[in-house]
Design a protein. Structure first.
Length: 327
């Protein structure tokens, strides 16, 4: 007798992490549903990039519309739910705090209610963020014991979602796990994020399509990992016997300056400072100076560790942008 396939619902399927997670789950023989908003012309470029568009069943709904989510849950009764949908760009959260709250906070409440009512045994993953810590750390490092002190509307909306997931776990005995994800990147990272701006910008300069790159604060330091590694941690969290919350990070920190240096060096462009200009319009009302996570708990409990390191990640993104622009 063949066991029934596990069913997973991924929200945010068309973003960066969604396609990587879909590929992983399809390889593990899951039936994968992906939540997409209603668009006249949906953009499948990221799922196309990872070759999963034809294998995912797309369902239409919206994180801000509880009824649409409830209908989807009744239709597919998933075994596992991965909530990756978000207004995920920190800078925009100052301009659109209400929309960011509706998607990132209330949307999570709607998902949790839908699980509780329709499929209470389903396992729930919430994409939390290292931004929850703000500038708090213990000896410079951020792990699960460091108190949260969010410094952007984005981080505040994620704080609500984090605690709501914990509360549903404790109140209703539901399997809810938070991945406190530090920055993770890939060739399909959104174009507005600084890492992708740098890799695309450097590739454009190399090909003579641009002669400068305009950025905001380049002194910030981040713990950058590869999205393909981070989705594996998400899956492992939902396979564990006990739901819990984990920092997912590489344990290595680098500045944006180092990112620039590594990207420009990859393309033999010489000194990056010749090309990079500063525009205060890209600065934020408050900055988080350093995000540097400790993945020790995830390593010990889940057996997870990142495979792609900083330099390989930058090279992967630069090479991909070069190939794409040449094509
Ligand atoms: P992303 O590329 O911005 O993707 C977010 C996805 O959410 C998009 O596909 C977007 O859909 C969808 N979405 C937004 N509003 C929605 C709504 N109202 N209804 C349904 N879908 C909606 O984000 P990511 O980089 O893959 O990150 C995945 C998750 O991890 C996010 O929750 C993010 O906040 C969190 N996270 C990411 C990082 C990181 O470094 N990448 C770090 C910490 C936490 P459209 O395509 O229709 O716009």
């Amino acid at each position: 007798m063949k066991l029934a396939k596990k069913t997973a619902l991924i929200t945010g399927i068309l973003g960066q992490d969604g396609p990587y997670l879909a590929r992983l789950l399809l390889e593990k023989d899951y039936k994968v549903y992906g939540l997409i908003r209603r668009y006249s012309n949906p953009n499948f470029s990221n799922t196309d990039f990872l070759g999963v568009t034809g294998d995912v069943e797309f369902v239409t709904g919206d994180m801000t519309d509880e009824k649409s989510l409830m209908t989807i849950f009744k239709l597919i009764t998933p075994d596992e739910v991965y909530n990756l949908a978000a207004q995920s760009f920190v800078g925009v959260s100052w301009e659109q705090p209400k929309t960011t709250t509706e998607i990132n906070s209330l949307g999570v409440l709607y998902l949790l209610n839908a699980i509780r009512q329709v499929c209470p045994g389903a396992r729930f993953f919430q994409a939390s963020t290292g931004d929850l810590f703000g500038n708090n750390s213990i000896n410079g490092i951020q792990d699960e014991d460091v108190p949260f002190k969010p410094r952007s509307p984005y981080a505040v909306t994620k704080l609500y979602a984090y605690w709501m997931a914990v509360n549903f776990r404790e109140s209703y005995d539901m399997f809810c796990a938070n991945g406190i994800l530090f920055n993770h990147e890939s060739p399909i990272r959104g174009q507005e994020f600084v890492t992708r701006k740098i890799t695309t910008g450097a590739a454009r300069i190399k090909l003579g399509l641009a002669d400068e790159l305009i950025l905001g604060n380049i002194d910030a330091r981040r713990d950058w990992g590869f999205a393909g590694d981070y989705v594996e941690a998400m899956w492992l969290m939902l396979q564990h016997q006990r739901p819990d919350d984990y920092v997912i990070a590489t344990g290595e920190v680098h500045s944006i300056r180092e990112f620039l240096q590594t990207a420009f060096k990859r393309l033999e462009l010489g000194n990056w400072e010749r090309y990079v200009k500063f525009d205060p319009k890209f600065s934020r009302p408050t900055e988080v100076h350093t995000l540097w996570g400790s993945p020790e708990k995830a390593r010990k409990t889940l057996g997870w560790s990142p495979k792609v390191r900083f330099e390989a990640l930058v090279h992967m993104m630069v090479d991909s942008d070069m190939a794409r622009l040449k094509a």
